[in-house]
Design a protein around this ligand. Structure first.
Ligand SMILES: *Cc1c(COP(=O)(O)O)cnc(C)c1O
Length: 402
């Protein structure tokens, strides 16, 4: 695994400088791992000493098509010399092309979009759209859910550690219901509910998949009571769970709005909200973003989404994910309570804390994510090979057998 590159010649002083500069100036909001990543290609990232790591984090679920995919590099390189910024007050060729592409990937009814720059911002956009389109002001979200950390999105997010320091500021009109529990949904959704916001597989909350019947039931309740069904596909969308979108585990339903971000632009920051055009458009001036729909991100998104489509990555994720789940379960790993997942979004719930396991994997050249304190989360790029997945699985087995 020790694939040395010219970067290996970087002397130790330089690495120490890099870390001490970050430590000196970082916000402190992130608990950092003692590793500096300086390059990525496909499913591999390299540290500043030239050591290679298999990346089962995809940079927090972003690198669906791997790192620095040639199509994204080419699109960004061309666009950067053409036009980087263009506010939505003007039309733009790349943005128009992206709208058409997004519309072709989503069900035909979901044909209105608001473009922005991150997941939390997309959640905010969906909240404002739901209020403006329904004229209602109450939101229903799920316990253990995660929808971002800006103040509105934080109101939907369940984890008290994220919310409590900002009590009183975060959106107040949110009822949290039990996940996969239609009785609790039926009790919470009423004629004041603007939107029910749900992740098709809860990511940060521990990799908990929604039952197809829950999604169908939520669709029915929203129809009966006039609320919008909003799916947060920031982590599950664009092939991650083995279909284009995570809600498609119940393929016959269509949500009223879909929130996208993370992998939508191949690693370049972007978020998007899509909604059912029949519900209407937003009043002029009711929302906006300086960088939203900028040509550079749009060009990257066109390249990324085209690659996902043309490389058949949703189906690949379904096939490899199912095989990997089966393989991991067959290993009867010690210290494991449960292995869950859909497509290439997999959670291994441990009996003990996950942090030492993540460190031991890193020592073996594998990067993985936590989801809460005890869940080991795997979000590899969808272009990953079976051999690479087996290297990850073998490393996990080695670590857990200790
Ligand atoms: C990552 C994530 C977000 C937040 O996205 P940011 O780009 O970090 O703001 C929201 N919802 C889900 C489901 C996510 O996985």
């Amino acid at each position: 695994m020790n694939l040395m590159t010219p970067a290996a010649s970087a002397d130790k002083d330089q690495m120490d400088t890099l870390r001490s500069l970050e430590d000196r100036h970082t916000s402190g909001a992130y608990s950092k791992r003692p590793l500096a990543l300086v390059r990525g290609s496909g499913c591999t990232v390299w540290d500043d000493a030239g050591r290679a790591y298999l990346d089962a984090t995809s940079g927090q679920g972003v690198a669906l098509i791997g790192h620095s995919h040639p199509a994204v590099v080419a699109a960004v390189t061309a666009q950067v010399a053409q036009l980087i910024t263009c506010a939505e007050a003007f039309y733009n060729d790349r943005r128009a092309e992206l709208y058409a592409l997004l519309a072709s990937l989503l069900p035909a009814e979901l044909d209105r979009f608001f473009l922005c720059n991150s997941g939390a911002e997309a959640t905010e956009g969906a909240l404002k759209a739901a209020r403006l389109l329904t004229g209602r002001d109450q939101i229903v979200a799920a316990r253990r859910g995660f929808h971002g950390r800006t103040l509105g999105a934080l109101g939907l997010t369940w984890n008290r550690d994220y919310r409590e320091p900002f009590a009183g500021w975060a959106l107040g009109s949110v009822t949290h219901i039990a996940y996969n529990d239609l009785d609790s949904a039926a009790a919470a959704i009423d004629e004041r509910t603007a939107a029910v916001v749900v992740e098709p597989v809860q990511g940060e909350g521990g990799v908990h998949p929604a039952d197809a019947d829950t999604l169908r039931g939520l669709r029915r309740l929203c129809d009966e009571r006039g609320a919008m069904l909003v799916v947060d596909e920031i982590q599950t969308g664009l092939g991650r769970t083995g279909t284009w979108f995570g809600w498609q585990v119940a393929p016959e339903i269509t949500p009223d709005a879909v929130i996208l971000a993370k992998g939508i632009a191949g690693g370049v920051p972007m978020g998007a909200v899509a909604w059912r055009g029949a519900l209407g458009t937003l009043p002029a001036g009711s929302h906006g973003s300086t960088f939203g729909g900028n040509p550079l991100s749009c060009a990257a998104a066109i390249a990324a989404l085209t690659s996902i489509r043309d490389e058949g990555l949703p189906a690949r994720s379904a096939e490899l994910g199912a095989r990997l789940l089966e393989d991991l379960r067959a290993r009867s790993l010690p210290g494991v309570r449960e292995i869950r997942g859909r497509g290439l979004m997999i959670g291994i719930e441990l009996r003990d804390r996950v942090t030492p396991v993540l460190q031991a994997l890193q020592d073996r050249g594998v990067l993985a994510l936590p989801a809460g304190k005890t869940v080991l989360r795997l979000l590899p790029p969808l272009i990953i090979t079976w051999d690479e997945l087996m290297r990850i699985a073998d490393a996990i087995e080695e670590v857990l057998r200790g």
